[in-house]
Design a protein around this ligand. Structure first.
Ligand SMILES: [Zn+2]
Ligand SMILES: [Zn+2]
Length: 212
């Protein structure tokens, strides 16, 4: 079975998730924005072998700790989509702008594209490219456990901001309706901030995408 644990990190309470293969204890971390010592304490407590870093997009609260973590544990960084390269290249400026500790440079080992898969232990997750909040945003979907890690694309009762450079509202709505909804109403999503919800619940009640 695929398991996960979500740990809010940074002053932005960004939902960093550990995902792991219950049998082999091999693990990946999604969006280690910061608070690395806390994350590594959880890795140790759970008896996991952390092998990979997966990134949904290049914002500081999601990617800010990835460079240091990759260096400290010699881990590959997988994702996001190459259209977010300018966000990763600008992490140092993002650190200053938002009062974060200086972020170490992040150079993905592997960029991701729509339709790719990523694997942890015996389990695979599907990658969907969901631009709009940032142009290179990706989400990770596990059909096996009906979960999607959606970063800042969709929140319980809200959607991602689109007022950043290369953000676009219509593109974001299209990502949600054409790339997320087909995964099924029953799919529970882990957003980048705040509580989990399901796609079906958002289709019924989220004022930004209700009835779509
Ligand atoms: Zn973001
Ligand atoms: Zn965020």
């Amino acid at each position: 079975m695929l398991r996960y644990l979500t740990i809010p990190v940074t002053a932005f309470a960004q939902n960093c998730s550990l995902v792991w293969d219950e049998d082999s204890r091999q693990a990946a971390v999604i969006d280690p924005g910061g608070d690395l010592d806390r994350l590594l304490a959880e890795v140790q407590r759970l008896g996991l072998s952390l092998e990979q870093i997966w990134l949904t997009h290049g914002h500081i609260d999601h990617a800010g700790g990835a460079g240091e973590l990759a260096r400290r544990l010699s881990l590959p960084i997988i994702g996001p989509h190459p259209a977010d390269r300018f966000w990763l290249d600008g992490l140092a400026q993002q650190s200053m702008m938002f009062g974060f500790a200086p972020a170490e440079p992040v150079a993905p080992t592997r960029w991701l594209h729509d339709g790719d898969t990523v694997s942890v232990g015996a389990h695979s997750l599907n990658v969907r490219h969901c631009p709009g909040h940032t142009p290179g945003h990706v989400v990770f979907h596990s059909p096996q456990i009906d979960r999607a890690f959606v970063g800042d694309v969709l929140f319980a009762g809200s959607i991602g901001r689109t007022d950043f450079p290369q953000g676009d509202h219509d593109t974001l709505i299209a990502s949600i309706t054409q790339r997320l909804w087909p995964l099924g109403d029953q799919t529970v999503f882990i957003p980048g901030h705040g509580p989990e919800s399901s796609f079906g619940r958002e289709r019924r009640s989220n004022p930004y995408v209700r009835g779509t």
